[in-house]
Design a binder for this molecule. Structure first.
Ligand SMILES: NC(=O)C1=CN([C@@H]2O[C@H](COP(=O)(O)OP(=O)(O)OC[C@H]3O[C@@H](n4cnc5c(N)ncnc54)[C@H](O)[C@@H]3O)[C@@H](O)[C@H]2O)C=CC1
Ligand SMILES: O=C(O)[C@H]1OC(=O)[C@H](O)[C@@H](O)[C@@H]1O
Length: 262
């Protein structure tokens, strides 16, 4: 049983991970707002209501934490810089890594939510690998690239292990949004998300910082998932297309597929 602290624990992704992890781990749930958090998801966990933008609220927070799953922030692709991102995505994440620096013998690994928005300025028919240069299409994506750079800096400077997950689109239910083709390519199902987090918690890393792509085994995966399979054993089960009854398709058998699906 590990001690896991989840920031943004009451959000869309947070509640799913709390449900998944609570039986096997000691959880500390941190969020600025617990008003909508179901009671049964809080039972047995340590609850900390805190505004994580304020550096003082981090003091001692990681003292007994083995793993951090960092989700708190602004998830809106159209978020503005001064009115939101600077505080919620830049400063808040900076605070996390500064506090972890005080606890490097304690915090084994930080797993944080990056996003497909870090690379969304690649043409739609290109499948992007984590080794490709970042190419954000909005300032939200820029904030995710900042998080990745910050994690890499702390990994190679202070020895703080971290994994960034470029999450596609997590909708929290089994029906991907079929209103546009993009949604099929970036879809991440609930069970694949939970499996991916398990992989991130259990993997032995060759390097102190790793970036992985977080999409399901979709017919046209916008981001490569083979590398995550090699690096941490990620083996997603779901395909947004199949889930819509579009037929069985295993992209791994036809890697040269024409991805011009717009
Ligand atoms: N949902 C998705 O499809 C995707 C999400 N992500 C990233 O995953 C993470 C979680 O996303 P969601 O769960 O969808 O977002 P969400 O908005 O549902 O959850 C974020 C949580 O952070 C909390 N929070 C905000 N400001 C805070 C503060 N100052 N102090 C403490 N807590 C604060 C909010 O109360 C909320 O519960 C975000 O970093 C987002 O950028 C990345 C790609 C796709
Ligand atoms: O691109 C997408 O669909 C998703 O990407 C994200 O990073 C956002 O946090 C989420 O709100 C979007 O739905």
């Amino acid at each position: 049983m590990s001690s896991i602290l989840i920031t943004g624990a009451t959000g869309n992704i947070g509640v799913v991970l709390v449900e998944h992890l609570k039986k096997d781990h000691q959880l500390t749930l941190v969020d600025i707002d617990f008003s909508k958090m179901p009671e049964h998801l809080m039972d047995g966990s340590t609850i900390k209501k805190a505004d994580l933008i304020k550096p003082e609220n981090w003091s001692g927070l990681l003292e007994e934490t083995d793993y951090v799953i960092h989700l708190a922030g602004d998830p809106s692709p159209d978020a503005g810089f001064y009115d939101s991102l600077l505080d919620m995505n830049f400063k808040l994440t900076y605070n996390l890594f500064e506090e972890a620096k005080k606890e490097t013998n304690q915090v084994k690994r930080i797993i944080f939510a990056s996003s497909v928005h870090a690379i969304d300025n690649y043409p739609d028919n290109v499948q992007v690998k984590t080794s490709d240069y970042p190419r954000p299409a909005d300032l939200y994506g820029v904030s995710k690239v900042f998080m990745e750079a910050l994690a890499s800096y702390h990994a190679y400077t202070n020895g703080q292990e971290a994994i960034g997950i470029r999450i596609g689109a997590f909708n929290g239910d089994i029906s991907p949004d079929i209103s546009n083709a993009d949604a099929f390519s970036v879809y991440l199902s609930e069970r694949d998300l939970c499996h991916l987090i398990d992989c991130c918690l259990e993997a032995t890393l060759k390097e102190p910082f790793l970036l992985v792509n977080g999409v399901s085994n979709n017919r046209f995966p916008r981001m490569d998932i083979y590398q995550a399979h090699v690096d941490i054993g990620y083996t997603p089960q779901d395909d947004a297309f199949e889930m819509q009854g579009s037929g069985v398709y295993d992209f791994k058998k036809e890697p040269e597929i024409d991805m011009d699906f717009e």
